[in-house]
Design a protein around this ligand. Structure first.
Ligand code: HEM
Length: 359
C-alpha cells in the first residue's frame, strides 16, 4: 500500500475518500511529521486527512488551500484559474475514467457545451476528442491532479467539486474587484472604479453559468454522495462572504445568522471599508463629482445587485430541484433558508439613502 500522495489521490478518486483503506490513511498520517509547514505536501495532507482527523469542511472538501497555493505559485488570476478548472471538467468528461454511474451521452454533451461556453466565452459546436483542442493548457503543477478528492466513486462528483472550486475563484475575483473599486473611489478615480465594477458584473453572470453545468446532474446522484458531505457546505465560503462585506454591511440579523457564523475567519478580520461607505462619503462630501459620474456609478451598482439577485434565483432553483425538503449540508433548513436570502440586498443602505433623498 503506497503512501505517495499522487497514488493516494488516484485511490481517493477510484473509491471515494470516504472509503479509503485505513492502511492508506495511516501511511499518509506517517508523512505528516516530515511535511514542512506551508509545503504542497502539508496542504495535500490537510485535505486528505480531514475526515479521519474530524476537520472535514468546505475548504478541505474543495482543496481550496491547495488550489490557492498552485494559483499563486503560477501567478494566475482567480478568474483565469476558474477557466482552467472548468477546462479540467471537459478533459475529465472526454478522457477521464468513467467512474460509477456516468450519465448518458446526451447529458454529457449538454454539460460539455456549457463548460466550453464558460471556458471560451462563446458557443462551440464540436464533439468528442476535438473539444480538447479548444482548451487552454492545464496549470503546470503536478499537484493539480491531487485537488479533487471526492467522497464517493460516483462519476459526477468530480465535476461538481470542480464547479464549486471555480465558484470560489470567481468570488475571489469579485471581492477583489469591489475592494479595488472602493479604493479607486476613495482616491477620486471614478473611471478606474467603473472598470472594476464592469468586470464584477461580467464575473457574476459568469458565475451563473456554473449552475447550468451543475444542473446536468441527476438529483439522485447528488443525494448519493451528499450523504457523505455533511458538514461541508458553500455556506462556509469565505470568498462569498468577503465579496458581500466588500459591497456593504449586511443586516445585524444576517451577521448573527449561520451565513456569517459559518465563516469565523472572515468575522475575525472584517474589512475596514466597503463600496457603500465609499459611495456615500464621496457623494455627500465631494460635490465636484458630476451627476454623470454618479449616474454611471449608480448604474454599475444596480447592475451588480441585479446580477447577484439572478445568481441567487438560479441557486435557489437548482437547490429546490436537487434538495427538495432536505436540510442543507451546512445544517440550515435548506431551500427555505435560500428563499429567505432572496430578500437580502448587497447595497441595502444605498436604497435607504436614495429613498431618503427622493422624499
Ligand atoms: C446541487 C446543487 C446545490 C444545492 C442543493 C445547494 C444547496 C445549498 C444550501 C441548502 C445552502 C444553505 C447552506 C446549507 O445549509 O448548506 C447553500 C448555500 C450556498 N451555496 Fe449552494 N447548493 C448547490 C449548488 C451550489 C453551487 C453550484 C454553488 C456555487 C456555484 C453554490 C454556492 C452556495 C453558496 C455561496 C452558499 C452560501 C449562501 C449564503 O451564505 O447565504 N451552491 N447551498
Amino acid at each position: 500500500m503506497t503512501g505517495c500522495p499522487f497514488a493516494a489521490a488516484q485511490e481517493f478518486r477510484r473509491h471515494g475518500k470516504q472509503f479509503a483503506p485505513s492502511a492508506l490513511l495511516a501511511r499518509l498520517g506517517e508523512l505528516r511529521p516530515a511535511a514542512p509547514a506551508g509545503s504542497a505536501l502539508a496542504a495535500f495532507l490537510d485535505c486528505a486527512l480531514d475526515k479521519p482527523e474530524g476537520r472535514f469542511h468546505n475548504r478541505t472538501y474543495l482543496a481550496l488551500a491547495q488550489l490557492e497555493r498552485i494559483r499563486d505559485g503560477l501567478g494566475i488570476s482567480p478568474d483565469r484559474f476558474a477557466t482552467l478548472l472548468v477546462a479540467d471538467i471537459v478533459r475529465h468528461e472526454v478522457r477521464g475514467p468513467a467512474g460509477a454511474e456516468r450519465p448518458d451521452e446526451r447529458t454529457v454533451r449538454t454539460r460539455l457545451r456549457h463548460c466550453l461556453r464558460f471556458v471560451t466565452g462563446s458557443a462551440i459546436d464540436v464533439e468528442g476528442e476535438a473539444v480538447l483542442a479548444e482548451l487552454p493548457d492545464p496549470p503546470a503543477s503536478p499537484w493539480f491532479a491531487t485537488t479533487v478528492a471526492p467522497v464517493s466513486p460516483l462519476h459526477d462528483e468530480y465535476f461538481f467539486i470542480r464547479a464549486l472550486q471555480a465558484h470560489e475563484q470567481l468570488f475571489t475575483a469579485l471581492a477583489d474587484d469591489v475592494e479595488a473599486a472602493t479604493a479607486a473611489l476613495r482616491a477620486g478615480e471614478i473611471a478606474a472604479a467603473l472598470v472594476r465594477l464592469d468586470h464584477a458584473v461580467a464575473t457574476m453572470d459568469r458565475a451563473g453559468v456554473l449552475f447550468r453545468i451543475v444542473a446536468t446532474m441527476q438529483a439522485a446522484t447528488f443525494h448519493a454522495f451528499r450523504e457523505h458531505t455533511q458538514g461541508a457546505s458553500a455556506i462556509q465560503s469565505e470568498q462569498y462572504k468577503r465579496f458581500e462585506l466588500a459591497c456593504g454591511p449586511p443586516t445585524p440579523a444576517r451577521l448573527r445568522s449561520d451565513a456569517f457564523t459559518s465563516v469565523p475567519r472572515v468575522l475575525a478580520d472584517p474589512p475596514s471599508d466597503d463600496l457603500t461607505s465609499a459611495y456615500l462619503d464621496g457623494t455627500r462630501s465631494a460635490p465636484e463629482a458630476s451627476a454623470v459620474e454618479i449616474g454611471a456609478l449608480d448604474e454599475r451598482i444596480a447592475a451588480i445587485e441585479a446580477a447577484h439577485q439572478r445568481w441567487k434565483g438560479a441557486h435557489h432553483g437548482i437547490a429546490a430541484r436537487m434538495l427538495g425538503d432536505a436540510h442543507g449540508s451546512g445544517y440550515t433548513a435548506g431551500v427555505p433558508y435560500l428563499r429567505a436570502c432572496l430578500d437580502n440586498r448587497l447595497f441595502r443602505l444605498l436604497t435607504v439613502e436614495r429613498a431618503a433623498r427622493a422624499a
